[in-house]
Design a protein around this ligand. Structure first.
Ligand SMILES: [Zn+2]
Length: 200
């Protein structure tokens, strides 16, 4: 369980699956990932969108590093709406947008979670947001609006190599990304099914 506003990080071994469960619905889960063996190779939003040919990632899409390698595959998605362009909240952007100082933020959470792995400010790149809803209109208008996830919706991410995954369970209360009420999520790491690999 990851409480509202808290971060989480660990290395997934190749073949393991991470399930992210939005327990109560409408909860943004900010997400970064890195090649565990070489964290300079990290998630790239731009290339991931180009390879998927869409800004809306879902089942079957790969999550890629900036070295052209697939870090993770989305193998299940019961929600169908996630965000690739809105990025994470920070105390600074909250002050600029909402006039409030020193708010908790996903960037601060990312930094807390990355520190034990020797990573820091320069390693926080444009991130993926599961269960966050950022529609783009034909005229280019975009906005963070209320999420579409229902209680219990989940995504399953299959590790295609050893991957450091970092999650910030978003603390934002000043826009609709968490329905103005941040809530807990559940994370489940599953080992590969040995029977499945024998059949492959
Ligand atoms: Zn956030």
């Amino acid at each position: 369980m990851v409480a509202a506003g808290e971060p989480w990080a660990r290395v997934l071994r190749r073949g393991q699956t991470l399930r992210i469960v939005d327990l109560e619905g409408r909860q943004a889960v900010d997400f970064l990932c890195y090649n565990a063996a070489n964290p300079e190779a990290r998630y790239t939003a731009a290339d991931t969108m180009k390879y998927a040919k869409t800004i809306f990632l879902t089942r079957g899409h790969g999550i890629y590093s900036d070295m052209g390698r697939r870090l993770l595959t989305i193998v299940e998605d019961t929600c169908g709406r996630h965000d690739t362009i809105g990025g994470c909240c920070s105390a600074e952007s909250n002050e600029l947008r909402y006039g409030v100082k020193d708010t908790p933020s996903c960037r601060a959470s990312f930094l807390r979670a990355l520190a034990p792995f020797g990573l820091g400010r320069r390693d926080v790149v444009a991130n993926l947001n599961f269960f966050m809803n950022v529609p783009v209109e034909p005229d280019g208008t975009m906005a963070i609006v209320e999420g579409l996830s229902k209680p219990g919706d989940h995504v399953d991410l299959l590790a295609e190599m050893d991957v450091l995954v970092v999650v910030s369970n978003c603390p934002q209360t000043r826009n609709p990304c968490n329905g103005f009420n941040p809530t807990p999520i559940r994370l489940i790491v599953t080992d590969p099914d040995p029977g499945a690999s024998r059949q492959a």
